[in-house]
Design a protein around this ligand. Sequence first.
Ligand code: NAD
Length: 481
Amino acid sequence: MSQKTPITVAHGDGIGPAIMDSTLQILEAAGAQLDIEEIEIGKAVYERGVPSGIEDSSWESLRRTKVFLKAPITTPQGGGFKSLNVTVRKSLGLFANVRPCISYHPFIETDHPGMDLVIIRENEEDLYGGIEYRQSQDVMASLKIISRPGCERIVRYAFEYARANGRKKVTCMTKDNIMKMSDGMFHRIFDEIGEEYKDIEQDHMIIDIGAAKVAADPSRFDVIVLPNLYGDIVSDIAAEVTGSVGLGGSSNIGADFGMFDAVHGSAPDIAGMGFANPSGLILGSSMMLVHIGQGAVASKIHNAWLKTIEDGIHTGEIFREDVSSIKVGTEDFTKAVIERLGETPKALDVKEYEDGSGAMTLPPVREKSPEKTERIGVDLNLTWGGSADELAAKVKECVNDNLDLHMISNRGVKVWPNGQPDTFCADNYRLRFLGTDGSTVTTTQVIALMDRINKADMNFTKSVMLHTFDGVEGFSKAQGE
Ligand code: NAD
């Protein structure tokens, strides 16, 4: 192979530069055909006053190469800094985060010798939209956004990934017993798309028990597909359960771009000490080689890495007297992998990736016929220091125009009419107004209602229109309603 593939590389923060150096040495020694453009991201860029942590010129490089090998970075706490990882994923449309979590028994100590699973995490939506509001002195709110195309792409990706990689089962995890609309849609789409993949076993678990099972009995899982937040948590649990979070590589895949990194962060506690485990980024770079069609080089690196692990050459955090033969730092681990390029493991499974087998093309998202949308009411949030009954009495004076006060809730629980006396109420109430007798409601009616409430000296902080879609309510009931 002579054609070099352009890629963008960022050395990151903390242990990032050390593990990237190790990874690049191995890539070169293995004969990867790469044309590397380097960019700077993370701490130094934040400190230069760029709140996104990435300069415009770096975006240009990423758009040019479409392939990003990225070391971990440190996100400064607070102060309006946005997570660069989330920004890059969303800006490049990297909707799928793929994290294989494998145990390397008996060479790396783990309670779960049979573990070999892949987490496929939705990477763009959910609470990671970072859309948050302070609704009153006492109440903060985060919006969880889940879209039908978003669910469909990640679910289909999971099934296609399972097929392409000889995996037998896909498990979906959500909390749809509570979030019936957002998580409910994710689960429903999993069932619908699953109909097209009858060759693959499929099941669904509620996330809390699912996460517990991943920690206690991971060998029962094969591919797990999850919305963003659950995927974030479960993939760290799974990576840790393999023996060390330092072992996990990860790919972030979109229609046009791919980003490859380690599961772990920048580990500032061990930065500069010379003993960071570069394995996560090495395995991430092997996933990158498969993606860009250099499968043979990916196999060479992955097998040399497996042989190094099998030979007991271990960094400190996985070193155990009974299974390891020598404790090494980042540099010597790198040398050991390079020395083993061309060798294959004897006990662990040999990896064989084919050249050109990498990127998957997904069919377009299914068309959906338009639904009849009708506005039937509005939710208004108000800041209020008194009781729900007093609030209802005051608001009732503002109501006319076929838009009636239907219910008041606080923190999601109905508190009027007939609320429970022991319910704690914060200082922000949600008032639900519905058209009388189920009639549709116009924007003018809603604005007139808001105007009357405003003139009654009540401060509303948020409004959400309520709709039906083909006659089905597009909003949840309050708890206790
Ligand atoms: P972390 O993953 O950096 O570290 C967790 C623990 O694991 C630490 O004790 C660390 O020493 C150890 N560890 C991690 N990687 C290791 C390795 N390769 N070898 C040996 N030990 C390793 O998580 P954290 O401490 O929560 O986060 C540190 C910083 O990293 C934060 O600023 C966070 O925002 C950032 N972060 C970045 C990414 C990324 O860039 N992809 C991901 C997660 C966290």
